[in-house]
Ligand binder design. Sequence first.
Ligand SMILES: [Zn+2]
Length: 233
Amino acid sequence: MGTNWPINKSTICGRLSLHTYICTNVRNGHGLHPAPNHKETPKLFRKRTYLTIHPMATATTPTGSLRIETIYPNHNWSQICLNLHEAWIPDMIRSVCYTEIHDIMPTKQRLHRIAHTNTDRCDKCGQIDTLIHRVTDCGAGKDIWNWTQALLAMMLNKRPQHIHADWILRPYFHTTPLQKHGAILWILAHRVYYRTQCDTQTSLQDYADFLGRARWKAQNKDTHKNNLGTICR
Ligand SMILES: [Zn+2]
């Protein structure tokens, strides 16, 4: 093998560059697997190649936290990821929730910041188009949020004001029993989907109808996947 590996520039990233790694480890002989001998079989050669290259690749991969974890370091991110993973929701809704939780949804504010739109204002109401604006404020958003708060408060036997809006953006909570926890996740996920992918000017009644259709489709597993495209009407 020697030390003449092809250096792929795309692998040079993170705090420890490939160049640094080679200087500090490989050239000193610490990162190398034992040198070959004339009896080496092809299988052993492949194994030795892997054992040499793998530490180099992992050493140049950044091991820092996710961007969203550094922005909100006080949240229970393992619980958030678990909630997103285990929520019994269609993949299409899960992917929308993923972009919402990781704050990568293309809102006007975000697009304006990277010069992809001329304004950061909402097309419908003229307010700054943030994620929380879309989910809880725009159009009938306040009515729908108040209704959702009351519903969740009833389920959890709490006061509505104890149901926080950031449960929608970052669902860090865990409740028991499991069935109730799953039901709350289902409600919040569908709310995110409805408010970000459908017409935000629709009424509370339209939202209630949407939940009714989604619930019916969830109960009909066989047709559920085929009808994902028509869930938002
Ligand atoms: Zn708006």
